[in-house]
Design a protein around this ligand. Structure first.
Ligand SMILES: Cc1cc2nc3c(=O)[nH]c(=O)nc-3n(C[C@H](O)[C@H](O)[C@H](O)COP(=O)(O)OP(=O)(O)OC[C@H]3O[C@@H](n4cnc5c(N)ncnc54)[C@H](O)[C@@H]3O)c2cc1C
Length: 443
């Protein structure tokens, strides 16, 4: 254990750059487990958690196929439940309902069986039982589509081909269809929460602590070095703050701070969005559904406003895209949902939210802790909320010099999450993909 306990005005043991869910969770874990470590959490916005964390659909699930992801989410879900017993963070264990077309069912059956075998609460449901969980669900949507649908195929604002091909099958030049639902899986230990309420809780715990401080409206411009070791950070107003270690938890902004110090994490921004749907009259029957994943990757969950609808497929067009598109709903998702839920046609979406995933090649996070005091936790892809407390727990041990106190499985997971798994050869090809965290149940 290194000598710790420095907080003499402008000197700390640790500076955490970035006050999203990841930075706040690292801070919380330091306060909970290592109260002797004096730290400063720095956030460029006026409040914590207002960037990608606030823009998240904030769903969580423990249904993953890789042991790392199962451990990360189970650990986090336990923590979230404990927090929820103390403070309302909007946590609802609604379950996840994966509805699959026949090709998907054939492909994923063995994956779900493996997941169930590892102790995750997963049950197979035939089409009839799926229909009981989603009011008005059409198991076998009409292949010719509705009247609106026929108009849609000739709509000049039709979604561009990559999106289109994901949601719909083009039966002929003027007919589109979606998959018949062949079966599905209900995963019990899953749900969603309100991310801003969670961050509020973490902020109040950090404020109450003796070892943590936060500074908002404060942008870190540079990580400073002296004699080959981290010395601290330099702020936009040229102020310097000193620390033995600096951990960058700045998601899509991380590489800007890391790259000058020969650390370039293999993660890039991918735009993601979801739409709020107002429910009224008969459609209120949908207000109590689980998180539903339709064949093709569109998802729907209940929310205080009514419903939240999004899509989870990868599309190269979204990589680096800087802003959301209303057309995804109005020229695509809406028609798709009309086919599966014909009783609730034309659900209105008054507004939408967009932000960015910080996506790695295997969709699993990156944790780096260098001997010179520079560290990062980023690249959380689409699962930062549901893994945050595990990442915070691992990183708090690393920052406190206490990796040896971690149980062997956690020590191993920490080592697996390194950026080195994405090392490339001179031609830019990955050297060893067997080091990647392979996940078969990607949303
Ligand atoms: C539409 C959408 C839906 C999603 N759905 C889910 C979901 O259902 N479940 C799930 O688990 N995850 C989901 N995610 C992903 C999840 O939101 C992210 O993985 C998570 O929020 C990442 O947290 P973070 O703290 O790394 O990033 P952020 O919340 O972006 O925090 C980084 C912080 O660093 C600050 N910062 C950056 N640079 C500096 C600097 N130089 N100085 C000071 N501060 C700085 C930023 O202001 C920001 O507050 C979703 C994301 C999106 C966009």
């Amino acid at each position: 254990m290194p000598k710790v306990g420095k907080n003499m005005g402008n000197r700390f043991d640790v500076i955490i750059v970035g006050g999203g869910i990841i930075g706040a969770s690292i801070a919380y874990e330091l306060t909970q487990t290592f109260p002797e470590v004096q730290y400063l959490l720095i956030e460029k916005e006026s409040q914590l958690g207002q960037e990608n964390t606030a823009k998240s659909a904030a769903c969580f699930r423990s249904a993953f196929s890789s042991t790392v992801n199962i451990k990360a989410t189970r650990h986090t879900i336990e923590k979230l439940k404990a927090i929820s017993n103390k403070r309302d963070i909007g946590l609802r264990t609604s379950g996840y309902l994966w509805m699959l077309g026949l090709p998907q069912l054939n492909k994923l059956q063995s994956v779900f069986e493996k997941i169930a075998g590892s102790g995750v609460d997963v049950t197979y449901l035939g089409p009839d039982r799926l229909a009981q969980k989603v009011p008005g669900l059409m198991i076998e949507p009409p292949s010719e589509g509705t009247k609106e649908f026929e108009g849609y195929i000739n709509d000049p604002n039709l979604l561009p081909e990559p999106d289109f091909a994901r949601f719909f099958k083009k039966v002929s030049s003027d007919r589109i269809s979606v998959d018949t639902i062949a079966g599905g899986y209900f995963c019990g230990d899953c749900g969603f929460l309100e991310p801003s309420d969670l961050v509020d809780f973490l902020r109040s715990e950090i404020r109450r602590s003796k070892n943590g401080r936060t500074r908002t409206d404060t942008e870190v411009m540079e990580i400073t070095y002296e004699h080959g070791r981290v010395e601290g950070v330099k702020l936009r107003n040229d102020e310097r703050i000193l620390a033995d270690k600096v951990v960058v938890a700045a998601s899509i902004w991380s590489n800007k701070l890391l790259a000058p110090h020969d650390l370039h994490v293999d993660a890039h921004p991918v735009m993601r969005q979801f739409f709020h749907i107002e429910l009224s009259g008969e459609s209120c029957a949908l207000s109590d559904i689980p998180m539903v994943i339709f064949p093709g990757g569109a998802f729907m969950r209940s929310s205080p406003e009514g419903l939240m609808v999004g899509y989870a497929h990868h599309n190269e067009d979204e990589v680096e895209r800087s802003s959301g598109r209303r057309s995804i709903y109005h020229s695509g998702l809406r028609f798709y949902l009309d086919l599966y839920l014909p009783g609730f046609q034309n659900l209105r979406s008054p507004n939408y939210v967009w932000g960015h995933y910080h996506t790695t090649p295997d969709d699993a996070p990156i944790i780096v802790n260098r001997d010179d005091g520079l560290a990062t936790v980023c690249g959380c892809s689409g699962s930062g909320i549901m893994k945050a407390h595990y990442l915070g727990y691992l990183e708090a041990h690393a920052l406190s010099g206490c990796i040896d106190r971690l149980p062997p499985e956690d020590k191993e997971n920490l080592a697996l999450m390194t950026n080195e798994r994405f090392a490339k050869d001179e031609d830019g090809d990955y050297l060893d993909k067997s080091k990647w965290i392979t996940e078969e149940l990607v949303l």
